[in-house]
Design a protein around this ligand. Structure first.
Ligand code: HEM
Length: 125
């Protein structure tokens, strides 16, 4: 059984494991026919910045000793017109990534619950 007294950050494997999750997930999103539009015509440095902020956000929110300097989820996605079907596609890719790393069921559920807690701030249409 998972040790619930340890942070999710530690149980996921810390910074490097979370960075590896981001590096697996982001190309899946960018190459998805439905979601790809959000990453079209983005400069390389903007993509690097977004990757780093995603890692920082996930590390900070899962209990890592890191300070997230990015914008909140509402501010950073407002105006993109992200729909519920976009959201479902995102969750499908996230599930595939968590499967690829064989993240245990308990931790997988905690990650999904946290991501779902951001949905109301991100989905607009
Ligand atoms: C369908 C779902 C999503 C889409 C299409 C999407 C798309 C994007 C795009 C295009 C950016 C870059 C914005 C910019 O540079 O101005 C961005 C930024 C970001 N996203 Fe998402 N996103 C989604 C869901 C999420 C979720 C679920 C999380 C975290 C739990 C997240 C975390 C972030 C973070 C941390 C940033 C950077 C914030 C900043 O620039 O300060 N996104 N997202």
């Amino acid at each position: 059984m998972a040790d619930e007294s340890t942070t999710l950050y530690a149980r996921l494997g810390g910074y490097d494991a979370i960075a590896a999750v981001a590096d697996n997930l982001l190309p899946r999103l960018a190459s998805d026919p439905q979601l790809g539009r959000f990453w079209q015509h983005r400069g390389n440095d903007g993509l690097r910045r977004e990757r780093q902020l995603l890692i920082d956000f996930l590390c900070a929110k899962s209990g890592g000793s890191l300070y997230y300097t990015g914008r909140d989820m509402f501010t950073s996605h407002q105006g993109m017109r992200i729909s519920t079907t976009d959201w479902d596609a995102f969750i499908g890719h996230l599930n595939a990534t968590l499967e690829a790393f064989q993240v245990p069921e308990q931790e997988k559920q905690e990650v999904l619950a946290f991501i779902n807690s951001t949905k109301a701030d991100i989905v607009e249409v």
